[in-house]
Design a protein around this ligand. Structure first.
Ligand SMILES: Nc1ncnc2c1ncn2[C@@H]1O[C@H](COP(=O)(O)OP(=O)(O)OP(=O)(O)O)[C@@H](O)[C@H]1O
Ligand SMILES: [Mg+2]
Length: 368
């Protein structure tokens, strides 16, 4: 049985449909990341599960019970606000002990539980400090400890690492996942950050304009994206377009306007219909010794950009058809220079084929 189950949940704010027939099942103990652009409905999704929005359509089940009419405190969830707020007049310990203490527990129990949770987030030494005396990361951990101390088994975390610097985000997201797993909690963690989602989630939910675009494990989302939007939003890619010119049982070929024929190891649609082929930047090889059976084109390096662990090249294949390639700095013997002529190649199995979108290709990609 799923711990949380949403059936056709729709939430409107006047004219705006913030959630549009969302179906979602979450298992006990799962760490789910919800990824989507600003305005996609991420906060609304969490608030609706928590019971903090008024009236919606569809059903929400928690632990098998229909909770549509349940107030927030009866849902076994704790919602951590996008802009978390600690009680400024209480010290760290009091902030954390607040939840247990309002539950009429004996004070000895409140003390034990609160201290344990403070240990867990490694803040015991700062228990007497006030929020304004702590760094952003520490405040975030206090907020988290307070959420956990509330006793709820389901954590609804709205951009929990949003306000932190990059280094701290990386440390904390690991801790956050570890905490949830150790405590056998279930988490729904909303983020804008694809890397954060890929690194922490058991499964990722991609939300777009109130709809679920795809649900899958991080590797499914990355290696089997089901739409141009998901390919572009998670990981990014080259997108080449053109009509289908050849199809057989296991492959199909499109031809771009510039005359490049691109074979994809996937059965395509009708000859003459327009398609889009997506190729991840790291799947485009430069001057590879083996190109037989690969899509292979020569072109001129227009730009070479050093991005730490890898080099990003923009290669003009002629007639201004550009393709981008990312090559690990450590595996490229020499850095290729701007102006050099090179051979780019990518395997048909690493190409993803999509029907040409009705609204146009840029609408799907530009949305980012
Ligand atoms: N209380 C409200 N009244 C009216 N419209 C709202 C309300 N809350 C959200 N919306 C609208 O619903 C849509 C989804 O908003 P939501 O806050 O869920 O997005 P989000 O994915 O959390 O975005 P962000 O990444 O910016 O936090 C937006 O168009 C927003 O303007
Ligand atoms: Mg939000």
């Amino acid at each position: 049985m799923s711990l949380i189950r949403l059936v056709k949940v729709t939430k409107k704010f006047g004219e705006i449909t913030a959630l549009d027939r969302v179906d979602l099942s979450i298992q006990d103990g799962e760490y789910i990341c919800v990824l989507g652009q600003t305005g996609a409905g991420k906060t609304t999704l969490l608030r609706t599960i928590a019971g903090l929005t008024e009236s919606h359509e569809g059903e929400i089940f928690i632990e098998g019970k229909l909770v549509n009419e349940f107030p927030p405190e009866k849902r076994n969830t704790v919602y951590m606000f996008q802009h978390f707020a600690l009680f400024p007049h209480m010290n760290v310990y009091e902030n954390v002990a607040f939840g247990p203490s309002i539950r009429n527990w004996p004070s000895s129990r409140v003390k034990v539980v609160s201290s344990e949770i403070l240990d867990m987030v490694r803040l015991s030494e700062r228990k007497d400090a006030f929020p304004n005396e702590l760094s952003g990361g520490m405040q975030q951990r206090v907020a988290l400890a307070r959420g956990i101390a509330s006793g709820a088994r389901i954590l609804l975390l709205d951009e929990p690492l949003g306000a932190l610097d990059a280094r701290l985000r990386v440390d904390l997201r690991r801790q956050l996942r570890r905490l949830v797993k150790e405590q056998k909690l279930t988490a729904i963690h909303v983020t804008h950050d694809q890397e954060e989602a890929l690194m922490t989630a058991d499964r990722i939910v991609i939300l777009r304009k109130g709809r679920i675009e795809q649900i899958g494990t991080p590797s499914e989302i990355y290696s089997k994206p089901e739409s141009i939007f998901v390919t572009s939003f998670v990981g990014g890619a080259n997108f080449l377009e053109g009509p289908m010119i050849r199809v057989d049982d296991s492959s199909s070929t499109i031809e771009t306007r510039e005359g490049c024929q691109i074979e994809v190891a996937q059965k395509g649609g009708k000859i003459g219909e327009k398609f889009v082929v997506a190729i991840r930047l790291e799947d485009v090889f430069i001057n590879s010794p083996i190109t037989s059976g690969w899509n292979s084109f020569s072109g001129k390096v227009e730009s070479a950009t050093f991005i730490g662990g890898f080099m990003r090249y923009k290669i003009n294949l002629g007639n201004n058809l550009a393709i981008f390639s990312e090559v690990l700095t450590s595996t490229s013997q020499n850095i290729i220079k701007e102006g050099e002529t090179v051979t780019t190649s990518f395997h048909p199995k690493r190409c993803h084929l999509f029907p040409y979108p009705k609204a146009g290709l840029l609408k799907e990609i530009e949305a980012i």
